[in-house]
Design a protein around this ligand. Structure first.
Ligand code: ADP
Ligand code: MG
Length: 385
């Protein structure tokens, strides 16, 4: 089977009858720790992964875009750049691209049109952020083809704005930022308050394993929005812009003024911010037993205080943590209610982790898990042809 770049070139030629000018790639991502903290102006620690969305492009002289994707064979989509528009009634894949161009239009940017062929090996809807990979690959292509000179951070911000305002998903900035700014063999500690980021090296002896529970994700959007509201409610109670500025001692002192649910939601966010900063230090200094503890605590906080895990995910974490002990960390990653588990484990334990999942998960749940052995990758870029 040809590699994704070759497949993108092939799809381009097959669709448009001519060779592409250039190829762009943007990665999916996994969040090592810092869940539901991005929209609370907190800290996150994601890594870009070696699963990519690749776009082959050819510049056009007008402001029209035409796009095909191998994920939706036979569907050619067309739109004109100037069309801004509101959130579409029924969402289509091309709306992630239209969202980016709408965000550009609002910012007064006017690129030339492109013909695009998209190929991806980021699984769609699995929690590895195929949507950000698509938006950021597109943004990187548009930016470079029209020589607009946006920074990777500016591309990430436009991508987030497009997804918030056009696609209608109230996501934070993490997914787009890590897809744009990822660094090989590193995670990125992002301060979502000022969008400052710092690369944190992942020790050589650790494997990055992602296990997709393949649990059908229901209620994700409504539960996500509910969590956002609960966090905002607590911030408002203390007359703060966000939970970033709330100390645990202040929250604890006001425990009787809040509902039990709101108290626990805020407690998760405050403690998760601290764990995320500590995990970055633990990773940087190779203190794997501390990383192990912090990831375990993060999982418990997501399970008991933020209440976003499901039994299948808790089971995966339980069986993997029994295998790895203090020689690695494991926790749910992503928005919750299904999705994936991330494990950072000593290389010598990789096979044992895979075996434990294969032997026990299906037997207990009747669902096959998908296991991805990953490495931390660079962010979006133009590929040499
Ligand atoms: P996630 O970002 O976790 O993978 P989302 O629901 O946020 O899940 O985004 C998935 C959606 O993004 C898909 O249903 C599709 O509309 C769009 N998408 C992502 N990757 C591609 C692709 N390669 N081609 C076309 N559409 C894509
Ligand atoms: Mg997404």
């Amino acid at each position: 089977m040809s590699n994704p770049a070759q497949r993108a070139n092939k799809l381009f030629v097959k669709t448009f009858g001519t060779l592409a000018d250039a190829l762009y790639a943007a990665p999916g991502r996994v969040n090592l720790i810092g869940e539901h903290t991005d929209y609370n102006d907190g800290f996150v620690l994601p890594a870009a992964i070696n699963f990519h969305t690749i776009i082959a492009i050819k510049r056009r002289e007008d402001n029209k875009f035409r796009a095909v994707s191998d994920a939706f064979p036979g569907e050619m989509k067309e739109w004109i750049f100037a069309e801004e528009g509101d959130t579409p009634e029924s969402l289509e894949w091309v709306d992630y691209l239209k969202g980016f161009s709408a965000a550009m239009a609002v910012s007064g940017l006017a690129p030339k049109g492109l013909d695009l062929a998209i190929v991806s090996n980021v699984p769609l809807g699995a929690g590895l952020s195929s949507s950000a990979a698509l938006e950021v690959a597109f943004g990187t292509a548009v930016n470079d083809a029209s020589q607009i000179k946006l920074s990777p951070l500016a591309i990430a911000q436009l991508a987030q704005r497009g997804e918030n305002q056009y696609v209608g998903c109230a996501c934070g900035i993490m997914d787009q930022m890590i897809s744009a700014l990822g660094k090989q063999d590193h995670a990125l500690l992002i301060d979502c308050l000022d969008l400052d980021s710092e690369a944190v090296s992942i020790p050589d002896n650790l494997s990055l394993i992602i296990i997709n529970s393949n649990v059908k994700r229901g209620l994700v959007e409504s539960e996500y929005n509910l969590r956002r509201q609960q966090c905002e409610q607590v911030a408002q109670h203390f007359h703060l812009d966000s939970l970033r500025h709330l100390e645990l001692t202040t929250l604890d002192a006001a425990v009787n003024e809040l509902s039990d649910v709101c108290y626990r939601r805020a407690k998760h966010v405050i403690t998760e911010n601290r764990r995320t900063q500590n995990a970055a230090w633990a990773l940087e200094s190779g203190n794997i037993s501390q990383l192990s503890t912090l990831m375990a605590e993060s999982h418990i906080s997501m399970r008991d205080d933020f209440e976003i895990t499901v039994p299948e995910i808790d089971f995966l974490v339980e069986i993997i943590s029994k295998v790895i002990g203090e020689k690695g960390g494991v926790r749910m990653t992503g928005g919750g209610f299904g999705g994936c588990v991330v494990a950072l484990v000593d290389h010598e334990l990789t096979d044992a982790v895979v075996a434990a999942v294969e032997n026990r998960y299906f037997e207990k749940t009747g669902i096959e898990a998908a296991i991805y052995l990953c490495s931390a990758s660079d962010g979006a870029k133009r590929l040499d042809q």
